[in-house]
Write a protein that binds this ligand. Structure first.
Ligand code: IPE
Ligand code: IPE
Ligand code: MG
Length: 236
């Protein structure tokens, strides 16, 4: 009997290695981010083509605010450009966009462009592109605990109502299924405060490829590897 292939609904990616890509070429780190932003577009298209329903991209972590002002400004500039330029392509490809993270730390014009893009694409249903921006998983979990505690205090729920499903719905990722596959580029083998709750049974794939060199062919090869894995969820 042949083994059944794993289904694949949601891919999450830690897009890492932009800086090293640029440094290797004697370029400023900003050039790595610029090339990285082009790769984002290619991979969003590819995700639609391979038929996954959810793609979650780690674009900027809460810890990334500690980088130099120059680098943060570059990244926010690229983000502004993306927010302005991408609506047409998202609509053509039937992509719904959603942002997760601590939006209070972002400039007001960026937040309003994000909200507008979410509203303008809300009816699209081929692919949900979830962008983790100013995102930290521990902060997300602490916020969820606070929300839950407030409901208990108000008397809306009792302590015994708190379960895995209810708590998951308190996270930014409410109504998004857990990732089936996590890919991290650049050779680092760590999670860096990404989706700690949601990755409980996700298959992990680490590639040495730097994000600006990542492409559809490699994505397809990684998916092929994922399909051969045995997901046991603690059973035998
Ligand atoms: C990923 O590339 C982009 C962000 C974290 C915003 P890096 O900027 O971390 O690149 P490296 O890891 O320094 O090469
Ligand atoms: C993780 O990459 C965050 C993003 C890709 C947005 P980092 O480069 O910030 O992670 P560390 O510092 O290597 O763990
Ligand atoms: Mg990095």
């Amino acid at each position: 009997m042949t083994k059944e292939e794993n289904s694949l609904e949601h891919i999450a990616i830690i897009m890492d290695g932009n800086g090293r890509w640029a440094t290797k070429r004697g370029l400023p780190r900003s050039m790595g981010h610029k090339k990285g932003a082009e790769v984002v577009k290619e991979i969003v298209r590819a995700a639609g083509e391979v038929g996954v329903k959810f793609l979650t991209l780690y674009a900027f972590s809460t810890e990334n605010w500690q980088r130099s002002k120059d680098e943060v400004d570059t990244l926010m500039g690229l983000l502004r450009q993306y927010l302005k330029s991408d609506l047409q392509e998202l609509q053509e490809n039937n992509v719904r966009i959603k942002f997760i993270g601590e939006s209070e730390m972002l400039d007001a014009d960026i937040v309003s462009a994000m909200r507008k893009l979410e509203i303008d694409t809300a009816q699209n249903d081929a692919l949900t592109l979830c962008i983790a921006l100013s995102y930290g998983s521990r902060q997300e979990i602490v916020n969820a605990v606070k929300k839950t505690a407030a409901l208990v205090k108000k008397g809306d729920i009792s302590v015994n109502d708190i379960d895995i499903k209810m708590f998951s719905d308190m996270l930014y990722t409410k109504s998004i299924p857990d990732p089936d596959l996590l890919i991290r580029t650049s050779g680092e083998q760590r999670i860096s405060n990404y989706l700690l709750w949601q990755l409980a049974y996700t298959e992990l794939y680490f590639t040495k490829t730097l994000w600006p060199d990542f492409n559809k062919d490699e994505l397809v090869a990684i998916i092929k590897d994922y399909k051969t894995r045995e997901r046991r969820y603690g059973k035998v």
